[in-house]
Design a protein around this ligand. Structure first.
Ligand code: B16
Ligand code: MG
Length: 214
């Protein structure tokens, strides 16, 4: 019986995934690395540090520690610039309706995002008040695909793993959810999120009856 719903942020609640992609594209360009939308799938859900390591692997490049740190800072500055005007219009379709339904039905709601900017984004889009717990990239020592972030969300909402369902748009995230022994609801492409328990293209396809049946 599910009593707590855990939401990922980028790509699930808000359309910031494209901004992460465009920021990484600029970093890739500066390194002379070709970086496609397909390559970007590997970066979804993973931390900033792991993303840069993956990008360097794609480009078969090795850089110094100081250059690595500089590029992380640069990527974040580009990303922050891209999201500077973000507001509630960036919330993905049907997300607010689902949050209203879950809140008014008495379910616990948590946020589990790898992003160290998650609180800034939540504030900008005005959804802060829905969440009983917010766990972001600053709060975990082992990033997705490690299950730590989801287990922390369960703990902070006084839930057990068996009582939690997670909405995730990334393959890394879904792997973490399954390792946490939670129900994985993929949002996005069935072929990429094949190890989810359920996959929907977006929240518009998820009925309230379905959520109540879990
Ligand atoms: P930041 P999520 C993740 O957020 C993004 O999917 C991923 O692309 C990004 O690298 C990661 O956050 C770290 O973000 O650089 O802002 O700390 O999908 O887990 O909400
Ligand atoms: Mg995501």
């Amino acid at each position: 019986m599910i009593s707590c719903f855990i939401f990922d942020l980028d790509g699930v609640i808000v359309n910031t995934s494209t901004h992460h992609f465009h920021a990484w594209q600029q970093i890739a360009n500066s390194l002379g690395i070709e970086f496609s939308e397909n390559d970007n799938q590997k970066l979804k859900g993973i931390s900033r540090e792991d993303s840069l390591k993956t990008l360097l692997k794609i480009g078969n490049q090795i850089i110094s520690d100081s250059e690595f740190k500089k590029l992380l800072e640069l990527k974040n500055n580009i990303y922050l610039d891209l999201i500077s005007g973000l507001d509630k219009n960036a919330i993905l379709p049907s997300v607010t309706e689902k949050l209203n339904f879950l809140k008014s039905s008495g379910y616990k709601i948590a946020l589990a995002s790898s992003s160290k900017n998650a609180k800034t984004v939540l504030n900008q889009i005005g959804l802060n008040d829905y969440f009983d717990a917010v766990i972001d990239g600053n709060r975990v020592s082992k990033p997705k695909p490690n299950p730590e972030i989801f287990l922390t969300a369960a703990k902070l909402t006084n839930s057990t793993a068996q009582n939690c369902a997670v909405f995730e748009d990334s393959f890394a995230g879904i792997c973490g959810v399954k390792d946490a022994n939670m129900l994985a609801i993929g949002i996005g492409n069935k072929e990429i999120l094949y190890n989810s328990d359920y996959v929907f293209e977006n929240f518009g396809q998820i009925s309230n009856q379905f959520l109540e049946s879990l």
